[in-house]
Ligand binder design. Structure first.
Ligand SMILES: [Ca+2]
Ligand SMILES: [Ca+2]
Ligand SMILES: [Ca+2]
Length: 200
């Protein structure tokens, strides 16, 4: 067996795929909120999603009046975010922003009052293609972030968030870790080459 460049590349791909983290729910290290609101901020990342059409100020929600409230979650480190599951009051506009440093924020998407299929109460929305709750307008390209925040920008002045869960993976390793990974892969390649020579 001759280990061709293609075979070596394939081996590298397999080794890399095997070591990559699977996309999963991004854990929240801490959360906070500005302004006056009802409910603890932990409610928006406790994994409990209010039932579709349930009352906007129920026990599984953080609710408020006016637009002075900002709810922020801190993932504790950089993640590559790929998808989101949201539960918000159906008849309002909400903005979701992300940040790497907690100071500079970029808008990830805006939830429109006519997004979702719910006409009254809480509405669950997902950016996961194929999910029954999929909403195209909240689908976003993968992005690096440590923080995410949500706030209301318009609506009937009675606002609510029941959940803001992200899917993702810890952000890419530092360059020095890449170098170590490269050495490891080189070792795998050399071993494969030896096996190939023995089988001749
Ligand atoms: Ca919740
Ligand atoms: Ca829904
Ligand atoms: Ca509302």
């Amino acid at each position: 067996m001759k280990l061709t460049t293609t075979a070596f590349a394939a081996a590298l791909l397999i080794a890399t795929a095997g070591s990559a983290s699977a996309v999963s729910l991004v854990p929240v290290a801490s959360s906070s909120g500005t302004g006056t609101f009802m409910g603890a901020t932990g409610i928006i990342h406790d994994g409990v999603i209010p039932a579709e059409s349930s009352v906007y100020n129920g026990a599984n929600t953080v609710s408020w009046f006016g637009t002075s409230v900002i709810l922020t979650v801190d993932f504790g480190q950089l993640y590559t975010l790929s998808d989101v599951t949201l539960s918000v009051d159906n008849n309002d506009f909400y903005r979701v922003q992300i940040s790497e440093d907690g100071t500079n924020w970029n808008t990830l998407f805006t939830v429109l009052s006519f997004d979702g299929e719910i006409g009254s109460g809480m509405d669950t929305m997902s950016s996961v293609l194929g999910d029954p709750e999929y909403i195209e307008s909240i689908d976003f390209p993968t992005v690096s972030a440590r923080y995410a925040r949500i706030y209301a920008i318009a609506g009937d002045s009675a606002y609510s968030v029941g959940e803001m869960q992200f899917n993702g993976i810890p952000a890419v390793p530092e360059p020095s870790e890449y170098a170590l990974m490269g050495l490891g892969l080189l070792g795998i390649g050399l071993r494969l080459r030896k096996v190939g020579q023995r089988s001749k």
